[in-house]
Write a protein that binds this ligand. Structure first.
Ligand code: HPA
Length: 280
């Protein structure tokens, strides 16, 4: 549960700092998951700020993550990128990104593009594939909104992944000749990988990708009124769907080898938002 009073003070402090360092908020924020941080090098006029300078932001400690924001632009679109997220498996707490997301909203950000590394449940989306998230399944049935006051906590999740942003992402993929699958992302708490039996169950439920992030952030973002889009980079076939043993090192290695393609596509999506009237 979030201590809202303390968090509010941290958010106000973080927003003030962002305003004084960077001016008005970019309309677009990107949460960079494993394999996606190559996009940072495509940000022009990039300025970096450590999470340590932002009281409302988490201090995650997962290998392969740097904890900082990067503010700049891609083409005509200003953007803030978040490198590093708090995962529920680190602490058991699924509210780790609440302060960061509410800071972004209060600063003036309109949409959050979430990215992650996932295991694939579909043979037509092998490692290296990109998938646009159409919907999610909250398998642990954990909510970062437990304890929140007010009727806003009863968030409508029926259109969590913004239809207009998804249509735009598909159009960008088509224009770039970039293959882009579409499917449902299922959140597994981790940190252990799933069993083959769990993966068979998730597939029967209609999931196409499995991962250990994204869902709490989508709930938090929708709760505070941010638009959400999600992209999954498949780093492995999910448990039982290939002979390869699953390790964190393997997922990082696969993420690395797809980094350039993922970054290029993500940058094109960000740039395209400068022309979307609803994002102005
Ligand atoms: N399962 C859960 N999380 C993941 C996986 C997976 O197979 N691959 C990358 N993140």
């Amino acid at each position: 549960m979030i201590d809202n009073k303390t968090l509010d003070i941290q958010i106000a402090d973080s927003v003030a700092k962002l305003n004084s360092l960077f001016g008005a908020a970019p309309a677009v924020a990107v949460v960079l998951g494993s394999g996606w941080s190559g996009a940072v090098s495509l940000v022009e006029d990039a300025k970096h700020l450590s999470y340590a300078e932002l009281a409302a932001f988490p201090q995650p400690k997962v290998e392969g993550h740097v904890n900082e924001i990067v503010v700049g632009r891609i083409g005509a679109q200003r953007v803030v990128m978040l490198r590093g997220r708090a995962h529920t498996y680190e602490s058991g707490n699924c509210t780790g990104m609440a302060g960061a997301l509410r800071t972004l909203k209060r600063w003036g950000v309109k949409a959050v593009l979430q990215t992650n590394a996932s295991g694939s449940l579909r043979s037509d989306l092998p490692p290296g594939s990109l998938m646009l998230i159409t919907d999610h399944i909250n398998a642990p049935q954990r909510s970062p909104l437990v304890g929140e006051p007010g009727s806003e906590r009863f968030v409508d999740m029926s259109t969590a992944y913004d239809a207009e942003l998804r249509a735009n992402a598909l159009a960008v993929a088509k224009a770039q000749g970039q293959a882009l699958g579409e499917g449902v992302y299922i959140w597994a708490l981790g940190p252990q990988f799933e069993t083959p039996a769990e993966i068979r169950m998730f597939a029967a439920w209609g999931a196409s990708a499995v991962g250990m992030s994204t869902v709490p952030e989508t709930i938090l973002a929708r709760h505070c009124g941010l638009r959400v889009m999600g992209l999954a980079l498949m780093t492995n076939m999910a448990a039982g769907l290939s002979d390869e043993a699953l390790t964190h090192a393997l997922t990082l290695q696969q993420a690395q080898s797809s980094a350039e393609v993922a970054a290029k596509y993500l940058a094109a999506v960000v740039a395209s938002l400068a022309e979307l009237p609803s994002m102005q």
